[in-house]
Design a protein. Structure first.
Length: 774
């Protein structure tokens, strides 16, 4: 496969050259969302330690339980708590309960079930091998040291037993062999926050003059300061740029629309705050190396003061403006008149719909994933799930140009909140809870996954002739979750279809992260008085571990080509290349290979940024559209949540998965990306909309069956006619009873909505004080 030359528009072409120019500037890094994490999830300040046996939840919602089904399920209650209790008994770990832990203590961040090796699971679920031993994956936040680091460890076997349970550094799933350790650049978060407020205090006169407010860490602050994620990691130094934002003045989450255009750079290397340094200020594209030089310029005649971004109705999402004609009449709505036509085993998170079945798992890092997806009794995918999501910004200013969020750092699990019935999913959907265990507390988010059937607005099949018309309803089945990671709401949906195809889709809504418009014209449209829609790329990486008629699979391009040197590819010019995972050992009766084809269904574009200075090796999964490797137990995931902490030498460098290994008759894993180029325009205000911020890939059976399986449904009709008169109507045994729709079930009870989006989280009081999550 050759890489085709992209023909992006003007702005994007500009980006290529201008990004490199920006890289020559004093560079940035700091993350506002990090603050949330530490305020809440990591240090649940007001909570009692819960590691003894408080929790009722389990490691069990993790995928391994689903895969290893029964054998691993017993005793899942209290299991995470028992692991925590055991860990606190290991004196060499020197752990402090999360609620008491400060920035110089070791704490437990996460406990989950370790995903068992596929090499052990397959013989178990398909054969008569015994169930794989179960282990807990634990992440420690070791801060009682000059070199704070996260440590991935394995605890087991489970259940915990004195004498037999041990812990060991976890290393095999990562490309970096460093004892499962990665440095923690944010251990001194609180001190750093204080330090930045101290810097800000030195220009209070200026912020008061410019914006009538201060950022001092006081209750009456009207300004916020935050900056880069990841930090800039260069030549052994850790630096960051910080910028000013107006706080929103009401409930609407508008802060990321209110940048003020003043920036300062700091050197944050090391743990000794007396060594941290302010390295300069930037305002209106002019750099001032010291506070004194900035102040002197500010009070000089002719200093240009930029307009501030101030909240208004333009940044609020409630109804406003003239109501469109007839809009107040009740709109069409979906109902399921005969109830659900699918089965959900809530305990095992096992789902059956029509000829599909699968298990659902949920994790702190990456949220929802599907396992052991079978179609007509045959496994087609061993595992399908999100791996990582990147939002790579560009801009003339150091905060935008330095921002490249890798969202699994924050985790998708903690940000999957309750879905709104009748809005996020149909009112009649099945809703499942999700749980994860962090900081010695089980967190349960109610109704945060939904499953439902839905009739699309187009038929799946039709044909008409002079004597009949034949047409089939397109009924599909979806599972969905929505994760609000900071300012954005990502909607993740897997869709199963009667033609045997599976859709993987993501949509984005919520507030954009914007830039001050000053001198940013090459990086975004001006979208409000002082606002630039900061251009960025979203790239979301997925793992699709195909097993087509077993694990002896081959990647087939349009013409069957062994692809040893072309394991990383682009969709190709004009969609001319078809990518199909086939089994060459079991051709169909015509000798054609049975397989599943992978095709983009929406939003085909590549990551614009090449050789990102911000990311170095931390997101090497973003370079191509579709990447194929052999399955290895040592390569379960394309990324690590702390890749951002050491971008040059991250725990998982995806590029190292590629060594020219054979992709012919091997157990193949397809890693693919969903992407959106986002150049926010006025229509992104107040929020980006899901309609166009959308990317998808579809897996479709290719020569897999001998015909179209959607012929099996009865939900079709054939109307026969002659000379203009209908002679018969065939409905194939469809349920034809008159169904009088009772509207009640279609109207959800929204007063039941459970507000759990707050940090800290109190499992005894889910309704407890809500904090904004930006
Ligand atoms: C919790 O622990 C206490 C003592 O540590 C024990 O008495 C109690 O049975 C435990 N509860 C559960 C549900 O395991
Ligand atoms: C789970 O175990 C029960 C009985 O122990 C058995 O009937 C059932 O088939 C098992 N289910 C699976 C998916 O293994
Ligand atoms: C254990 O952690 C405490 C802080 O929680 C620290 O003061 C102490 O030095 C640590 N001990 C060892 C042996 O690392
Ligand atoms: C899983 O596979 C890896 C790599 O082969 C191995 O190091 C590890 O011990 C295995 N885990 C278990 C629980 O067997
Ligand atoms: C293990 O031993 C410790 C200390 O001897 C004890 O406190 C704890 O309850 C024991 N745990 C189990 C599961 O037996
Ligand atoms: C912030 O300023 C206060 C008052 O000058 C000082 O006591 C404190 O140590 C400073 N904090 C940091 C992190 O520099
Ligand atoms: C904010 O509060 C502090 C102390 O409470 C006070 O000194 C300061 O004047 C207040 N600032 C504003 C802008 O009102
Ligand atoms: C979700 O949790 C709530 C509260 O514990 C419980 O009542 C409900 O049954 C759970 N839902 C499912 C589908 O398990
Ligand atoms: C898988 O392919 C290998 C050759 O690559 C062959 O030796 C083996 O028999 C095949 N296994 C199955 C189950 O067909
Ligand atoms: C079709 O229906 C019309 C109206 O009922 C009738 O007049 C006509 O004879 C019918 N034609 C045929 C071919 O049955
Ligand atoms: Cu976007």
């Amino acid at each position: 496969m050759e890489r085709t030359t992209p023909s992006y528009g003007l702005l994007l072409s500009l980006l290529f050259c201008l990004l490199s120019c920006v890289s020559a500037r004093p560079e940035p890094k700091y993350a506002w969302a990090r603050e949330r994490l530490h305020k809440g999830l990591v240090k649940s300040a007001s909570l009692k330690p819960r590691w003894a046996n408080y929790t009722t939840s389990e490691l069990a919602s993790s995928c391994a339980e689903a895969l290893a089904a029964n054998a691993s399920a017993p005793n899942s209650d209290y299991e995470a708590a028992s692991v925590a209790k055991w860990l606190f008994g290991q004196t060499e770990l020197n752990l402090t309960a999360s609620e008491d832990a400060g920035s110089w203590d070791n704490a437990v961040l996460l406990i989950e079930l370790m995903q068992p090796n596929k090499s052990e699971v397959i013989p178990y679920i398909d054969g008569d091998a015994t169930a794989p031993a179960r282990y807990a994956h634990v992440v420690l936040d070791n801060m009682a040291t000059d070199e704070p680091h996260y440590a991935d460890i394995l605890v087991g076997p489970l259940p915990v037993q004195n004498g037999t349970t041990t812990w060991q550094p976890l290393e095999y799933p990562y490309t970096k062999q460093a004892g499962g350790k990665v440095r923690n650049l944010d251990a001194d978060h609180d001190l750093l926050s204080e330090w930045r407020y101290n810097v800000s205090a030195t220009v209070s006169d200026i912020t008061l003059d410019l914006w009538g407010g201060t950022a001092l860490g006081l209750d009456n602050d009207t300004l916020d300061i935050w900056g880069l994620d990841p930090y800039t990691q260069e030549d052994g130094r850790i630096t960051s740029w910080v910028t000013y934002w107006n706080y929103q003045t009401d409930d609407f989450d508008a802060e990321t629309l209110l940048p003020l255009g003043l920036f300062f750079k700091c050197d944050l290397t090391g743990r000794d705050s007396s060594q941290w340094k302010l390295e300069g200020w930037l305002y209106n594209d002019i750099y001032y190396p010291t506070t004194e030089s900035f102040r002197a310029a500010y009070y000089s005649p002719g200093f240009v003061k930029l307009k501030a971004n101030v909240e208004g109705d333009w940044a609020r999402t409630d109804q406003q403006g003239p109501i469109p004609p007839l809009d107040t009449a009740y709109p069409p709505t979906a109902v399921a008149p005969t109830g659900s036509r699918y089965k959900v085993d809530v305990e095992h998170k096992y789902v059956e719909w029509m000829d599909f079945s699968f298990y659902v798992s949920f994790s702190r890092d990456t949220g929802m994933a599907l396992h052991d997806i079978k179609y007509k009794g045959q496994r087609i995918l061993y595992e399908l799930g999100l791996q990582e999501a990147l939002a790579h910004y560009a801009g003339n200013d150091p905060v935008q140009s330095g921002t490249s969020y890798l969202d699994s750092y924050y985790g998708f699990g903690p940000y999957a909140f309750e879905l709104v019935k009748g809005y996020d999913c149909p009112a009649y959907a099945t809703y499942l809870n999700t749980t994860f265990y962090v900081a010695e507390t089980t967190h349960t988010h109610l109704n945060s996954l939904c499953l439902y059937e839905f009739e699309t607005d187009y038929a799946i099949q039709r044909h008409s002739t002079s004597s009949y018309v034949s047409v089939t309803k397109n009924i599909q089945f979806s599972i969905r979750s929505v994760c609000t990671v900071g300012n954005y709401d990502y909607m993740f949906t897997y869709t199963f279809n009667m033609d045997g195809s599976i859709g993987v889709e993501v949509r984005a809504s919520g507030y954009i992260q914007s830039a001050h418009y000053a001198a940013n014209g090459d990086y975004g449209y001006q979208i409000h008085d002082s606002l630039s829609g900061s251009m960025h790329d979203h790239v979301l990486n997925y793992k699709a571990d195909f097993d087509i008629l077993g694990t002896n699979n081959t990647m087939q391009l349009t013409t069957p080509v062994p692809v040893e040197d072309t394991s990383r590819m682009f969709w190709g010019d004009n969609g001319a290349t078809q990518f199909t995972v086939v089994n060459t050992d079991q051709p169909n009766k015509y000798g054609e290979y049975r397989g599943y084809r992978i095709l983009p269904s929406q939003g085909v574009c590549h990551l614009t940024v090449l050789n990102s200075f911000n990311l170095l090796n931390a997101a090497n999964w973003a370079t191509h559209d579709i990447m194929v490797t052999q399955h290895h137990d040592t390569e379960p995931r394309s990324a690590h949540p702390y890749n951002s902490q050491d971008v040059a030498d991250p725990p998982v460098d995806f590029a190292r998965f590629f060594d020219g290994e054979s992709l012919v008759r091997e157990d193949l894993v397809v890693w693919f990306n969903l992407r959106m180029h986002h150049i926010p325009h006025t229509g992104d205000l107040p929020n980006t909309v899901f309609t166009t911020a959308h990317s998808g890939v579809r897996f479709m059976p290719l020569n897999y069956l001998l015909g179209d399986p959607s012929r099996e449904t009865v939900n079709m009709v054939r109307i026969n006619y002659n000379d203009g008169n209908v002679s018969s109507v065939k409905t194939f045994g469809q349920k034809d009873e008159e169904c009088v729709v009772d509207f009640e079930p279609a109207e959800p009870e929204l007063w039941d909505y459970v507000v759990i989006r707050k940090f800290p989280y109190d499992p005894e009081d889910w309704y407890y004080e809500t904090e904004a999550i930006v």
